[in-house]
Design a binder for this molecule. Structure first.
Ligand code: 5GP
Ligand code: ZN
Length: 112
């Protein structure tokens, strides 16, 4: 999608601090971290968010979580939280599916 920020980051048109990349997804550090470790995992394919997961595109979700588990091990994270916001009320600000991975501090529950 030509006017999507995360499509541009996935294409390398906008720079990011990359943690991992392959042909299907990209992991990069959040520009405004909310925890000592805060990175985002996005599919390279444009999916607008968790509310648009279908039988046709859902395999990327499993692959994203597989990648998150591997990266967490590589980073030595013993605990982490995965968050995805869908829609304005939930706080989604970039309409391209992304999983926040937050770690390195105590977290409260429920989230605000
Ligand atoms: P959302 O609010 O949609 O759940 O999450 C979007 C996230 O993208 C936010 O945490 C925000 O800090 C991050 N973000 C927005 N623009 C950029 C950018 O240009 N580069 C990076 N690395 N992160 C960004
Ligand atoms: Zn996009």
């Amino acid at each position: 999608m030509s006017d999507c920020l995360f499509c541009k980051i996935a294409a390398g048109e906008i720079p990011s601090k990359k943690l991992y990349e392959d042909d299907r997804l990209l992991a990069f550090y959040d520009i405004d971290p909310k925890a000592p470790t805060h990175f985002l995992v996005i599919p390279k394919e444009h999916i607008s968010g968790a509310g648009e997961i279908t039988a046709e595109n859902s395999s990327i979700v499993a692959y994203a979580f597989e990648t998150i588990a591997r990266l967490a091990k590589e980073l030595g994270l013993s605990s982490f939280r995965v968050v995805t916001n869908w829609g304005e009320q939930a706080g989604q600000s970039v309409p391209h599916l992304h999983f926040h991975v937050l770690a390195g501090r105590d977290m409260t529950w429920p989230p605000g």
